[in-house]
Structures are given as C-alpha cells and as structure tokens.
Design a protein around this ligand. Sequence first.
Ligand code: PMP
Length: 371
Amino acid sequence: MSRTSPSPRVGRRPDATEVVARVIRPEIRALSAYAVARAQRMVKLDAMENPYGLPARVRARLDAALGAVAVNRYPDGPGDAPRAALRRALAVPEELEILLGNGSDELIQIVATALARPGAAVLAPEPSFVMYARSALLAGMRFVGVPLARDFGLDRSAMLAAIERERPAVVLIAYPNNPTGNLFARDDVDAVLDAAPGLVVVDEAYYAFSDQTFLPDVARRPNLLLLRTVSKIGMAGMRLGYAIAAPEWIAELDKVRPPYNVNAFTQAAAVELLTDTDWIADQARAIRSERSRLETALGRLSGVAVFPSQANFVLARVPDADAAFARLTDRGILVKNLHGSNPLLANCLRITVGTPQENDALLGAFAEAGR
Ligand code: PMP
C-alpha cells in the first residue's frame, strides 16, 4: 500500500479547536483573559501602583542583596526569611502564622482551591475586587455577590440574609474596598464575622492608606484570615502577598500552595526592603496628601462627584465616563473606566493617586477636555 493513500481505519485527527472545546471547561472558555491595559508612554493611573521609585539608599541595598541570590537553587519553599521580616515589621503575634503568596491574587486562589467542595459558595459584596468572583469560578465554586448600599457601605441586612441563606465557605471583604475606595463600617464587618459559618477573609491590600486594621482581631477570631500585599506600597513588581491567620488555617492552605511559589529574588528583596520601613511610610504619607488634593480639585469641577477614599485611588462620577476616558487617553493619561462593570458604578472612573506632577497632568487634562 502506498504511503500516501488514506487509511480507511484512521480517522481525521481533531484540530486544537475541537479538542479544546471538548476538554476545557465551558465557563473558562466563556471568560476573557484578565485584561491589563497597555500603558507605554502613558501617565499610568489605572492600577493602584505606588508612583514613586525606591529611594537611592534602599535601591543600593536591594541591588547588593539581589546580586547575592543563589539563582541555581530553588528558593526556600515556605520563605522563612521574608516571613520573619514581615513578622517583625508588623509585630505579628507568635500564636499566628503567615503564608506567602505570589501576590495576594495567588492567596485568594489558594483559599478558593482549598475550600472548593462541591456546591460550596464564595460570598462577597459587589462591586469589589474582581478576582474574588473569578477565583471562585476557577475553583469551581458558586459565587454569591451581595450589592453594596448606594453609598458603597455594606448592606448589613442583605449580607446577613445572604450568609444565612447560602452558608458560604468563605466571605471576602476588601477593607478598604476596591474599586470604591471606602472603608466599610467596622461593626458591619464584625456582624459578618459573627454570622459567617466558614472563613472570612479581610483583604487589607490598601491598609497603608487607611491605617484601619483587623490584625488585632485575628488572634481572637478563629474564622478570620487577614490578607495583605506589598503591591500598593511600592513593590508591585515583586509579587508578594501574605496571609495571617491561626496556624490551623495556614497549615491547610500551605498544602495547596505551589512548592516554590515565591521566587528567590522576591524573597531576598522582601528581607531587604522590609528591614527599614520608613521609606514606605513616607511614600504612603505623600500619597495620602496627594489623594486629598486630588479629591478636592476633582470635586470642584462641575458635574464631577468624588467619593471619599481611604485607599491610594479616587473614585469619581463624571457626566460621561466613556467620553472622559477617551479624552484622557488621547492626552496620554490612563485611568480605569468602570462604566458598565456594575450598575452602582455608572459613569465612574477610578483614578490612582500619582506623583504631584502626574496628578497635575490629570487635572489639567480634565480641565482642558471638559468633563
Ligand atoms: N486585593 C485587592 C482588594 C486588590 O485591589 C488587589 C489588586 N488590585 C489585590 C488584592 C491583589 O494584589 P496583588 O496580587 O498585587 O498582591
């Protein structure tokens, strides 16, 4: 038989599209990859990064530490040295444990993966950080979103009713909240902690700009896990988040953590950057002061409403967010357009606080372009 003649017994090999359609979960096929805006040569005010670089003396120490990393070796799995540095920097009590993640994004995924029994639910107020719903979906959990009140506070009775009805394995509360920027009332969060039958994650990604924390509560609340990140305080490129909770929680989550999730460069950098935290506090102070300047200046523009923020960004409602976003982009300024993402965020832009010069550029562009 000639090599080129088709064999009647060998079927056509399915192409990639067909195999993908057969084996990839439909809910994943229906998603788009997490969108990150292109920002080359733009004033980048879209992603809650700290706009300041490292001070020169800190940069020099960091360069030396990175030069000494044994790149031929795997990193320390649990990251003992950065965990000790964090414990010292934050005064984490001895009876609590710390788990490191490749960003707090990874820790949210680890929590969802560990808790994803069939039918288990993730509950969070909405709008909140988009990765909560996404991590639930990826882990195969149900996501229950409870709308915030019109002032972006927690709707306490709706939250408690949903907790009673859904018995969620985990409730996620961003404190302050992204994208609204406000801190929920403490007693509303306490009511959620009292009512929740499972874990409650209080995500303090923006802690440096609010100074409000549930850290002292972790030791007496067995269902509370605190999440923090270094991303908003000048180290977003490092990808380092951490969870603080009772050792019983951390021991289980540690089984889900990929073995070498925090790389050796990040570990060395964290130890170096967290030994002296004055520069972090100085930058956070500058960001807060620019935040109030931005809030006041934006609030003076006619037709613009600014929501009070305890984070490193400002949420503003403008007459036409799509048009304002396009005009700002044309002028080289990138912000986040939230219009269309949730009815409560109609015509809202989320503007990360930049350097004084960047904020001036934003205000100038607003004034020039009209709202
Ligand atoms: N939590 C909240 C509330 C956030 O807004 C973000 C970042 N957008 C994260 C967690 C994730 O931070 P990272 O993965 O950079 O630590």
